[in-house]
Design a protein around this ligand. Structure first.
Ligand SMILES: Cc1ncc(COP(=O)(O)O)c(C=O)c1O
Length: 463
């Protein structure tokens, strides 16, 4: 940090509706009931995000399907919403498939991705008429054998992106040619519906380019008698967490002095917390792009070839659909900053487990008029701003939710709550475990649909 400059901060985009819920006292009431930490889930946001993807497809006149990539969050409520609002689901394990089927998503609306899929996953998927993305030639052999013994299988051949030479996923050119011959020979047993890919990163241009190649592959496959009428472009639709100016300022200002123990994170390791084009707008941009920079936009090419576009957004469908609340358990001082200890672990904020840090600023919710440390917190003197990092309630030196010395408007105290915004996409539960015999944080579904704020647990007690 430059001497004299304000500490680097990265406020999440304002969210007045969520703020009203947070400031209305619900988090403190839930903390009283459950202790902490806990996650809040906002299903109406998920519905709106899914609707935006469907609208982008409809506006372009392209036949398409949206499949929620279930790996992004384990809550039941998203799958319930998918079953109700006609969004498909992308699953990558038998557990995820069971969840989707068990909440009423039909097999025909489920895409099964992931490498070297287990036999029991393949069998259940084939029996339910799910669409399988085949990742390898030996997997194709297993699918054809299974389909011959049970019922015809629906499949896409997953393309290894030519630019991703070292990707472990998908089929290269030679394997793809071989797979097509196998599929043609097994045409009565497997229905080859097309091709798919998933790219790392969030750029739209490479997605449009590769989608254009898959359209050509469909046309080739049709000459071999295969139906080839759909392509899947995976996920990777960016989420825009923060304003451009805040993000640029943050990157320019932050340095090792801003983190506990002088830790530094390479800027390239951070998620791109600002994206000028994000979510459903990224899909619009992909559809409007000319693959390879030539000819008609992708949308026109899909329409002309009668090809359905399949998408698998995970993070983007969960944008602003949840946040995570921790309770401050202890506060101690180090030279020039404080260390907060909260009543959970960094396992509930997954970015640390990828060697990075979740950067949108946590928001402090003081304990209000509840007694804190023997005196009413409502009477707490306004105090001075304080910088503090945030550690978990474990015995691990490296269990920090936030290494950064976040600037808080006042000194946090035990009983205050810290709200990490926009955590539903991959942050809240990808890595959670009952480490130290700590309970898994409950998930609380918040319903504000009719103007009233009501809540329930994500998973109701079994009946
Ligand atoms: C095959 C596949 N589809 C979809 C996704 C979801 O990606 P995102 O959450 O970035 O949209 C992933 C993520 O790893 C994936 O591997």
């Amino acid at each position: 940090m430059t001497p004299g400059a304000p500490p680097p901060s990265l406020p999440a985009h304002p969210d007045p509706r969520l703020d009203a819920v947070l400031r209305g006292g619900l988090p403190h009431r839930l903390a009283h009931a459950f202790g902490g930490p806990f996650h809040l889930l906002l299903p109406d946001r998920f519905d709106a995000n899914a609707a935006a993807f469907h609208t982008a497809l409809a506006d372009s006149g392209v036949e398409g399907r949206v499949h929620y990539a279930k790996k992004a969050n384990k809550a039941a409520v998203w799958i319930e919403r998918c079953a109700i609002n006609g969004t498909g689901v992308d699953v990558a394990s038998l557990g995820e498939l069971r969840e989707a089927l068990g909440h009423g998503v039909r097999g025909e609306d489920i895409v099964v991705t992931g490498p070297a899929k287990a036999d029991d996953l393949l069998r259940t998927a084939v029996l339910h008429g799910c669409l399988l993305t085949v990742d390898a030639l030996d997997e194709l052999d297993r699918v054809t054998a299974l389909a011959a013994a049970t019922r015809p299988a629906r499949l896409l051949l997953r393309r290894r992106p030519p630019a991703a030479r070292y990707s472990r996923f998908g089929l290269d050119d030679t394997e793809l040619a071989f797979a097509l011959r196998t599929c043609a020979a097994a045409a009565g047993t497997v229905r080859t519906e097309g091709f798919s890919f998933h790219l790392t990163g969030y750029a739209t241009r490479p997605r449009a380019d590769l989608a254009g190649e898959l359209v050509d592959l469909c046309l080739t496959a049709r000459t071999m008698g295969l139906p080839a009428d759909r392509i899947g472009i995976g996920g990777g639709f960016a989420v825009d967490y923060a304003a451009a100016a805040d993000w640029e300022r943050f990157l320019a200002r932050q340095g090792p002095d801003d983190y506990h123990a002088g830790k530094s994170f390479p800027a390239a390791a951070f998620y791109p917390y600002h994206s000028p084009v994000a979510g459903a707008d990224a899909l619009r941009e992909i559809l409007a792009t000319r693959p390879g920079g030539r000819g008609a936009p992708l949308a026109d090419r899909l329409r002309a070839a009668g090809i359905t576009l399949l998408t698998e957004p995970g993070r983007a469908l969960l944008d602003r659909a949840g946040c995570t609340v921790f309770r401050v358990q202890g506060v101690k001082d180090r030279s020039g900053y404080a260390i907060l200890t909260v009543d959970g672990t960094s396992l509930s904020l997954s970015e640390q487990w990828f060697g990075s840090e979740y950067l949108p600023d946590p928001v402090l919710l003081p304990a209000g008029d509840r007694p804190v440390g023997g005196r009413p917190a409502g009477d707490r003197p306004a105090g001075r701003p304080v910088r503090a990092c945030v550690g978990g309630a474990t015995c691990l030196e490296t269990d920090l939710l936030t290494w950064r010395k976040v600037a808080f408007p006042a000194r946090p105290e035990p009983g205050d709550l810290l709200v990490y915004p926009n955590t539903a996409g991959y942050q809240m539960d990808s890595n959670e475990s009952p480490f130290h015999d700590l309970p898994l944080p409950p998930k609380v579904v918040v319903d504000t649909a009719d103007g009233r704020v009501r809540w329930r647990l994500d998973r109701r007690p079994a009946r």
